[in-house]
Design a protein around this ligand. Structure first.
Ligand SMILES: [Zn+2]
Ligand SMILES: [Zn+2]
Length: 259
């Protein structure tokens, strides 16, 4: 069995309202050593905190404001809300970042919300979970500035360029791959090989982006095993050893207490 940690799952999503505990149990018996439950809004973070409280030492939660919702970012109110979740044990800030593909919020507002959360990460000495899509230059500038100021984080569900990954790795950041790397259209094997063993994370991004051979279904953390297998094949290493890297790296980045 391949051990792994799912570094990014939206378990608070209503897609799991009917069977959340079963989903978590399936992950556990498949080899998961933990699941980071993403709070992509303050409302979601509160639900993710309950999930974490119900599964101590196995589920953890995060709190942030997604770039899609950046138009509603209110620095004082939302920073306080995130601080309150950190007080309840949130292990990271996010997901936050920049999405110039969907542009659900104006870009200047996205940058403002992202900058606010990077500043909070520096203040609270917590890692940041970053969503980035078609926003490479601004992401590089903001991540590198934060990284040089001592902030650590991860580029989640990474599908960007080698250059952006390299820039983030250079300032001590991590890169996380999702089930997208199992899709037939994924051809960038070099990207899967360039992330060092000690900076690599794997994630489901559940309920979205189920890996092959489950593609098209509601995704769940157990299936991160398929993504780890794919990453290991690309890197020419043993899946169990690579899975163990994802465990160690997630524990280090998010300061997860082992069970
Ligand atoms: Zn995302
Ligand atoms: Zn996400």
């Amino acid at each position: 069995m391949t051990a792994f940690i799912d570094s990014h799952a939206h378990l608070a999503d209503q897609a799991f309202d009917e069977d959340r505990d079963l989903v978590i149990e399936r992950a556990r018996v498949t080899g998961a050593q933990g699941i980071v439950c993403i709070g992509e809004s303050l409302a979601t973070a509160a639900r993710a905190a309950e999930i974490a409280a119900a599964h101590p030492g196995f589920c953890w939660h995060t709190a942030g404001v997604h770039p899609s919702d950046a138009a509603a970012w209110d620095a004082a109110r939302d920073s306080d809300g995130i601080r309150a979740e950190i007080g309840r044990g949130a292990v990271a800030i996010g997901e936050c970042g920049l999405d110039y593909h969907y542009d659900h919020s104006p870009r200047d507002r996205q940058r403002e919300a992202f900058a606010g959360q990077l500043a909070l990460a520096a203040e609270m000495a917590l890692p940041v979970i970053v969503h980035t899509r078609e926003a490479e230059d601004d992401t590089r500038d903001m991540v590198c500035d934060a990284g040089r100021a001592g902030v650590r984080g991860v580029l989640h569900c990474y599908t960007g360029s080698a250059a952006l990954a390299e820039a983030a790795l250079d300032v001590g950041w991590y890169v996380s791959f999702s089930g997208i790397v199992t899709f037939k259209k994924w051809t960038d094997v070099a990207l899967l090989r360039m992330v060092p063993d000690d900076r690599l994370l794997a994630e489901s991004d559940a309920p979205y982006l189920a890996p092959v051979p489950q593609r098209g279904r509601r995704n769940e953390p157990a299936w991160v095993s398929f993504t780890v297998t794919r990453l290991a094949a690309a890197r020419g290493v043993d899946a169990a050893a690579l899975g163990e890297c994802t465990v160690e790296n997630a524990r280090r980045l998010f300061a997860l207490a082992p069970r």
